[in-house]
Design a protein around this ligand. Sequence first.
Ligand SMILES: [Fe+2]
Ligand SMILES: [Fe+2]
Length: 457
Amino acid sequence: MSSFKSLEPFVLFVTNDLELEKKISPAFEKYGAYFSTQNTEVASQIIDIKRVDVLLIDESLYQDRTIASKYRKHIFDLYTKTVEKNPKAVTLVFFEKKLSNFINEFSRKSEVLIKLDRNNIDKNKVNYILQTFSRQKFKSLVLNDFKAGKKFSAPLFIYNDDKNGYELFLNADEEFTRGKMDLLIQKGHNRIFVKNEDLVKIFDSSNMYFSEEMHQTRKRYKFFLSYFLDHSADEKTYIGNQLSDLGKDIIKRLRKLISRFDNPAEALCKLPYVRWTEISHGLNCAIYIIIWGDYLGLKNTDDLAFAAFVHDHGKFEIDFKPGTHGKFFSNLTDNIDYKKHPQLCLEMLKRKCIHLDRRVHDAIASHHENFDGTGFPRGISGEDLTVEAMLLSIADLFDHFKTIHAYNQHVTADKAWAELLEVHQDSLLGTKYHPRLISRLEDFFRIYQKDKVKKTA
Ligand SMILES: [Fe+2]
Ligand SMILES: [Fe+2]
């Protein structure tokens, strides 16, 4: 079987600040090709011959008044050319002062544009952003959209965890037999992948409701994040309002998708994205929260789902090594800085003028606290922890088990839940979560199991 790496982007950094270049260039080591230049002419020639996936622009050049106007034009040309050739290119601007209209014009033309404060930047922040926004060569499709016995006009792939790449599953025009479909389901695959350029062919040849909706939702969430992580969009009430509205729209879309399944537990199994990315983690957690929040009858479920979108993005503010999610127990929880991310998220919400329900606000602060007091950052315990905080924490861990693949394989929701229960019971001083909440959620899985048995009988 042939397999493909998911990311091989080309990064172009236009800067004359060697120190900054030295500081952040290690972020690109594992991102394939990287080139830096202070000469905008050279940069322009590179864009002519190469498709740029990540363009980094250092505003310090622009601050030099002697070259400012010329540079400004050059930068704009570089940017436009890059986006023309690759509309999904990620662009990061390291800014010193706000670039006002100039940069807003950029934003309108780009799918993703992030502005970072150049005085407060390091390789890990850049890494975090690239991880979050990098363009993928493959699009994921929800298996529910596929009917056994059909043929598709483009090849389909599955994701292989061991190889960290995509593997050919079905050739174009080969029949997607019942046996092949069952094999995927048995192995816990709820998604299948198609090359970006083939997406239209697949959409054209079948009814792709779930996949199409999921694409739109992910796209919106990406847009939401590009503003949420953008420092130059701080302290502007209208942006806060836009973000709140966008968040509500994403939740509405997720609800619509969930309601299309026979029951919410089926949606919980089939909707989450199968790989760990910053984008999928936020969306996956929101899916679990909507399903479980409604099941438990919470009044603030939508606010809590909004919290799920942002709960971990305080990590963006700290200098820690991202991409170590598989080892999150030992490595990350020992890291003092990592422990600040819940609080940093609250500060980001405040700067973005976003107001959430008070209990939801506390839930973000406490999404790493444990019922037995062994969590962080405050070590609070027992009834001091709200159901919202516990639920966000459960969704968080459940997604780790569902998408990290503890055994290097795709796991079903049942298996992920069993893993979570083990951690729950093995907590140092008691249990990780409130036993009453766990038993309510166990009922949720039992109801689903009954349903499944009924269906197969
Ligand atoms: Fe977290
Ligand atoms: Fe998380």
